[in-house]
Ligand binder design. Structure first.
Ligand SMILES: CC(C)(COP(=O)(O)OP(=O)(O)OC[C@H]1O[C@@H](n2cnc3c(N)ncnc32)[C@H](O)[C@@H]1OP(=O)(O)O)[C@@H](O)C(=O)NCCC(=O)NCCS
Length: 211
């Protein structure tokens, strides 16, 4: 990580996990933005104001980290990313020191690879996507932008995931499957069949919700 000053967008749980990762890497964190202050985070990281405060920093000098989490079909995280990219701010790509990431992967801008995650050869992780704590992405998977693979989820080899899709905690997606965009896979599910766009599925085996 270079030592450009970093602004964290958001001051909740996901922001704290990002700050912890960055502090371990001795990053230069200026502070966090949020509508309401949560006080000093970890006793040292100050609240700067709401998101509009970012505009007062030069977009070539400050880096952003998207500290807003994503559960279900929330679009807030993706809209923040797009809003500040359109103003030419750059987002830091985070890889926790304990993550195991093959050198034969592509990790795109603003992606966040959290503690204990494993990403195997040939996989691609899209922009602003979270591979959360201890998730496993096996070989040759392609995960689109703004998606979230939750803690402990497993994507077996050659799985494709679209954009803005939430793979729930502990879910398993078997090999060669395609999961669409704006999909929600419930926590603990076992997905054995392709899932088209905009469906919510859950259970073992996973079935479409609300039939
Ligand atoms: C799938 C999910 C989005 C559905 O949420 P919801 O629409 O609020 O659904 P409800 O809680 O109202 O449950 C509706 C029914 O589905 C069942 N259900 C919900 N999620 C389920 C799951 N993951 N596995 C099995 N059954 C599930 C409920 O038991 C309930 O059944 P019932 O009507 O017979 O009682 C949610 O349960 C889920 O799994 N979210 C992912 C959480 C996660 O991964 N968090 C990680 C954060 S880092």
């Amino acid at each position: 990580m270079n030592n450009k000053p970093i602004i964290i967008l958001g001051g909740g749980g996901h922001a704290k996990v990002c700050i912890d990762l960055l502090m371990r890497q001795k990053a230069n964190i200026i502070g966090y933005t949020a509508l309401q202050s949560n006080g000093l985070l970890f006793g040292t990281i100050p609240h700067l104001g709401d998101d509009t405060v970012v505009d007062s920093y030069n977009n070539e000098e400050a880096l952003l980290v998207n500290g807003v989490g994503m559960v279900g079909d929330s679009q807030f995280r993706s809209s923040l990313f797009e809003r500040f990219r359109s103003k030419h701010y750059a987002f830091a790509t985070l890889v926790h020191d304990s993550a195991v990431v093959s050198h034969m992967t592509e990790i795109e801008e603003g992606a966040q690879i959290m503690a204990g995650a494993v990403i195997q050869a040939g996989s691609i992780v899209g922009k602003n996507t979270i591979i959360n704590t201890r998730a496993v992405i096996d070989h040759d998977c392609r995960i689109g932008d703004h998606s979230h693979v939750s803690p402990g989820a497993v994507l077996c080899g050659q799985v494709t995931v679209g954009q803005n899709t939430h793979i729930g905690a502990g879910a398993t997606i078997i090999q060669h499957l395609s999961i669409g965009s704006h999909v929600i896979v419930g926590a603990g599910s076992l997905v054995r069949k392709p899932v088209p766009d905009r469906l919510t599925v859950y259970g073992i085996p996973a079935e479409e919700a609300y039939k």
